[in-house]
Design a protein around this ligand. Structure first.
Ligand code: KIV
Ligand code: ZN
Length: 499
């Protein structure tokens, strides 16, 4: 029996990028899009062009940068959205408009103050309008997971008749059970007239931890496109992760499904997205987590040493994890660093490599072994080299029973400014000193510190959220000194609005 082809629709740059603090600039999005192309995804959802000039521009630039995947742009079932999406897609070699509307009773009543018949009319009108611009039109029935199947089938039948080529059945709230979601796809396959003129697509959110299970249930029951993100990032608890779906179908050959994913590119792509988005991958994340292939208990180690198949269902090399990787230390040269960066999906020109190498040597002086996460942090720092405000020095005294005092200097567009303050702990003192220089009404809303791996010499990562002028700004800092990392994260926020 011939295997069926499953199309991989990646929405890292649209649904994934909606995560607060994970926004990428256009250059970074192009980097991710190129990595997705070489990973072998079939469709890249590049953005929601009407939502912002940045999104519009990214869809244009991604369309120019990649060749064979279809580039998709999201819209509401609104003519203006569709016109703008078509304009943003003008340079794409293969283009798709993804339009749709909420179909559950709660969306119809509360979002649209409408009724079922009117929603079908709007859905059909949107598809017909999008067809004026592109041949390939995907329709999403938002909140399909909670939409009654009989009504959903009527919507799907109507939009296929109007010309939709792909029908997306999102479990927008991540509510469905796998059996329920699978039954929904089966119902549509069996009850929609003309269903074979289109492809049904899954789009599952992970609010109850069932996104991947629901996606697989959808495919088993007839869906032939899956909407996924790298590392499962996405709104709230995230979307279905690409790497899990790809490896499930690669491991379970009895399901007779093939994808075009070059699985050896999974790990480097995962690391690249994590590093560009400053979004750590949880250590126990399936397929790409740091511990996904680590056997720590004695019984498991003994088994693996006797025969790796005892406890390992996937060879880590299949997903691009090279366990023979060279350990980087202060004695490693540029070539070793470059090779490690390449295997992590980061390509740099000579100047950037020189900059990173310099920071690498400084870090290697403080820390014995440099791990992949450290290197990705250094590669991320390189992106902040051109920022207007930089930390020049920081000195803090603190202890038990004494007031913390910090003095620091900032370089603002080449000019040095110094400030000094005391505070309730070293971070508070340092931020007060910083605020003496940058005198704006800013409020720290969120502050997360995370050590990357192990050891007291490790690099700590800090994520911050600062409110200024009724807007939220997200910042990131990484340093072996956690106070310095905190100040860097605060400066990163300020750099986003300071001019
Ligand atoms: O989750 C969802 O319903 C979506 C649609 C906009 C496709 O992301
Ligand atoms: Zn979604």
């Amino acid at each position: 029996m011939m295997n069926d082809r499953l199309f991989i629709f990646d929405t890292t740059l649209r649904d994934g990028e909606q995560v607060p603090g994970c926004q990428l600039n256009t250059i970074e999005k192009i980097q991710v899009a190129r990595a997705l192309e070489s990973l072998g995804v079939d469709v890249i959802e590049a953005g929601f062009p009407i939502s912002s000039p940045g999104d519009f521009n990214s869809v244009i630039e991604i369309s120019k940068a990649v060749t064979w995947p279809t580039i998709c742009a999201l819209t509401r079932a609104v003519e203006k959205d569709i016109q703008v999406a078509a304009e943003a897609l003008q340079f794409a070699k293969h283009k798709r408009i993804h339009t749709g509307i909420g179909t559950s009773d709660s969306h119809i009543k509360y979002k649209f103050n409408s009724n079922r018949e009117e929603i079908i009319e709007r859905a059909v009108a949107a598809v017909k309008y999008a067809k004026r611009f592109v041949e390939d039109v995907e329709f999403y029935a938002e909140d399909a997971g909670r939409t009654d199947n009989e009504y959903l089938a009527r919507v799907v039948e109507a939009v296929i008749k109007a010309g939709a080529t792909v029908i997306n059945i999102p479990d927008t709230t991540g509510y469905c059970l796998p059996s329920e979601y699978g039954a929904k796809i089966k119902y549509l396959m069996e009850n929609v007239k003309g269903v074979h003129n289109a492809i049904l697509s899954t789009h599952c959110h992970n609010d109850l931890g069932m996104a991947t299970a629901n996606t697989i249930a959808g495919v088993v029951n007839g869906a032939r496109q899956v909407e996924v993100t790298i590392n499962g990032i996405g709104e709230r608890a995230g979307n279905t992760s690409l790497e899990e779906v790809a490896m499930i179908f690669k491991s379970h050959r009895e399901l007779n499904i093939d994808t075009n994913i070059n699985t050896q590119k999974i790990y480097p792509t995962s690391r690249m997205v994590s590093s560009l988005m400053n979004m750590p991958v949880q250590p126990n994340k399936a397929i790409v987590g740091r511990n996904a292939f680590a056997h720590s208990s004695g019984i498991h180690q003994d088994g693996v040493l006797k025969n790796v198949q005892t406890y390992e269902i996937i060879d880590p090399k299949e997903v691009g994890i090279d366990d023979n990787s060279i350990v980087l230390t202060a004695r490693s040269g540029r070539a070793a660093l470059k090779s490690r960066l390449t295997s992590l999906g980061v390509e740099l020109d000579k100047d950037k490599l020189d900059n990173i190498y310099e920071s690498f040597l400084k870090l290697a002086d403080k820390k014995k072994d440099i791990n992949d996460d450290d290197i990705l942090v250094l590669a991320g720092e390189d992106r902040s080299l051109n920022k207007r405000i930089k930390l020049e020095y920081l000195q803090v005294t603190s202890g038990v029973g004494v007031l913390s005092v910090a003095s620091l200097a900032l370089n603002i567009s080449g000019e040095k400014f110094e400030g000094c303050a005391s505070g309730n702990g070293p971070v508070d003192a340092a931020i007060k000193a910083l605020k003496k220089i940058i005198d704006r009404h800013m409020t720290l809303k969120e502050f997360t510190i995370q050590a990357i791996s192990k050891g007291s010499d490790d690099v700590g990562k800090v994520h911050m959220q600062v409110e200024y002028d009724n807007q939220m700004y997200y910042g990131f800092g990484a340093n072996t000194d956690i106070i310095a990392a905190s100040v860097e994260a605060y400066i990163d926020c300020i750099n986003k609005f300071h001019s």
